[in-house]
Write a protein that binds this ligand. Sequence first.
Ligand code: MN
Ligand code: MN
Length: 466
Amino acid sequence: MSEKKSKGQQLQKALAYKKKNYYETADKAEKKAIFDYAKGYMAFLDAAKTEREACDFAVKAAQEKGFTEYKFGEKLAAGDKKYFVNRGKSVVVFRVGTKNLEEDGIRIIASHIDAPRIDIKQNPLYEDSGMAFLKTHYYGGIKKYQWTAIPLALHGVIVKKDGEKLNVRIGENAKDPVFYINDLLPHLGQEQMSGHANKIIDGEQLNVLVGGMPFDDEDVSEKIKLNVLAILNKEYGVTEEDFLSAELSAVPAYGARDVGFDRALIGAYGHDDRVCAYPALTAVLDNETEHTVLAMLVDKEEIGSEGTTGIQCKVYEDLMEEISVAMGANFRKVRFASKCLSSDVTAAYDPNFAGVYEKMNSAILSCGTAMCKFTGARGKSGSNDANAEFVGEVRKMFAEEGVVWQTAELGKVDAGGGGTVAKFIANLNIDTVDLGVPVISMHSPWEVVSKADLYSNYKAFLAFMK
Ligand code: MN
Ligand code: MN
């Protein structure tokens, strides 16, 4: 084939836009960096399956990098490296820069560390027909039928009568028992399988199997339940009443694994949104910058960002105001000058379900982190629709640092939709755009992402901080 390009080929190269597969453009060293970075991320996934565990992981990582805990009212100076913990379920790590805060603002990367799962109810334990179960109430948007017939682990806390807090994490060690949600055998599933997918498994059928051995005493009833209680009391010192003030979740008991012969992809529970939280965290922990930068790892995104640990809570605005005041800056001016990458996952185009996507504007796997100018449903409803000016500014940052990235929209028009925390930050008068990793099988118990997109997301944050 001739080396010389025709005039049309040259013109096409100069004028037309085409997405690039990151693996295809990466040289040997870059490919190694992609794979090395994924290892740290996968260790994070296994250590942090709930927001509490992700928060603890972030605090420990921050401390190892010389960050110290920030308390409201504290004095700050350029060069300070701080973390702020909100109720053990959300954490903000930040660096105070040398640039004038009123002119340069704060560079914010906002991600969330909660993920869809099965929460245990407050009065959960019962027995029926040779089995003991825990009643549950699912958290976030799930396809309920996907959570049956898989090994589950229990994570969370139990606050005992005397106020003592017990951390629970059972089912992650090979020696631990796991838990389980029953499904119906196909032989008897004729009626079940002909129903609406939402009704294949009902919310009240998501009961977690936790025991099957009766307590050895003829004089008591509910022997299997009693035996479970006896074990819990012996091992953890809890009684049935302690469930009233517990926060326990059933999550998939398996860990993160490479997917594919070429190991290009990662399968794991809870990529949404740890695949953005981890790059946000490591970008701020590992890299110096003259800007004031802030990585937010928040809770409750999957149920509307409500509550004291969701991003709608005043505490995050208060924190930014505290930083501004400590640096002698006018907070209103700081907000006006601030910029935010709202970092959450988007749907990767899946050829197996091509009908719900519009391919030209979908995120293609391994083509880099995906920018969604807008999210929302129907006519962009509920979306922060970022300004072209801000999109242009971010695009320029990425180009200067050689970030492989793409734009995306979650599905085709009117196929459904979704939202992120972007609008809540934009409401503070801060320019915000969504940027995150494309995910296959989002909100399922085991989601898939590309290692290239993970690393591209990290590189995008570095460009944003530069
Ligand atoms: Mn998310
Ligand atoms: Mn989600």
